[in-house]
Design a protein around this ligand. Structure first.
Ligand SMILES: [Zn+2]
Length: 235
């Protein structure tokens, strides 16, 4: 059976015999593995290429690549090395949710496409990173509560995302939060993926926001990202 899906190539795995394993994020099917014959011709696809994948589904449920029509190569993004590292970090996050318990990772596609497009357009990388981290966490089931303690505070609790005063924050692991960063977090949580990136925030607050979203993510996921470390070194 042949089927067509729109998707973005996140990873090209090792070649086994004369086949490569591609990991493609699609909206309808989430992350899928696609087996592609390695030919001597120049490859038609590369990491972060988005387009239509024509797949042949075998009787055992594997997908073999029939053809690929490119719609968006994200060339503008790849002109800057540091953007490529940030995009690789995003891919690692998506791939993290593609393993283990089944999740609807297809919902991450539009968030990723919008983020990569805006990065290529020159939008502030820290803003794109903050939105991608937090919205991915929310869509995958980790949503900060933003519930304030009764005293009003400036600490964001990493466990549940409540906003705590000095005293209430004491037993918890927290990062600093201001009214502006909390408002930005609320915007990202309340808007759909297509609109989550549209807001402005002063530079200093953006640095705080990025620290907050990153700390929240790493607190819950317990992963390491070499791509994120490389991006920080280059920045
Ligand atoms: Zn309190």
């Amino acid at each position: 059976m042949t089927r067509k899906v729109k998707g973005i190539l996140l990873r090209m795995g090792q070649t086994v015999h004369d086949e490569k394993v591609l990991t493609v994020l699609t909206e309808q099917m989430g992350c899928i593995s696609v087996f592609a014959k390695v030919s001597r011709k120049k490859m038609q696809y590369d990491q972060f290429y988005y387009g239509e994948w024509v797949l042949y589904e075998t009787a055992s449920g594997n997908y073999l690549l029939n053809s690929f029509s490119l719609e968006e190569p994200f060339h503008a993004l790849k002109e800057q090395m540091e953007n490529t590292f940030l995009a690789s970090y995003f891919a690692q996050l998506v791939l993290h949710f593609c393993k283990g318990e089944p999740r609807d990772t297809g919902v991450l596609l539009s968030l990723l496409l919008n983020g990569l497009y805006l990065l290529g357009k020159g939008r502030a990388p820290l803003l794109i990173k903050s939105v991608f981290e937090l919205k991915t966490m929310q869509l995958m089931g980790y949503c900060p509560a933003l519930a304030p303690c009764e005293h009003g505070g400036a600490h964001f609790a990493l466990e549940d995302g409540s906003i705590l005063c000095n005293t209430c924050a004491m037993p918890h692991k927290t990062v600093p939060a201001t009214n502006t960063t909390v408002a930005a977090v609320a915007h990202i949580l309340n808007q759909p993926a297509s609109k989550a990136y549209s807001f402005n925030i002063p530079e200093g607050e953006l640095v705080l926001l990025s620290k907050l979203t990153e700390a929240f993510l790493f607190y819950h996921l317990g992963l390491r990202s070499s791509a994120l470390e490389m991006w920080k070194e280059m920045k």
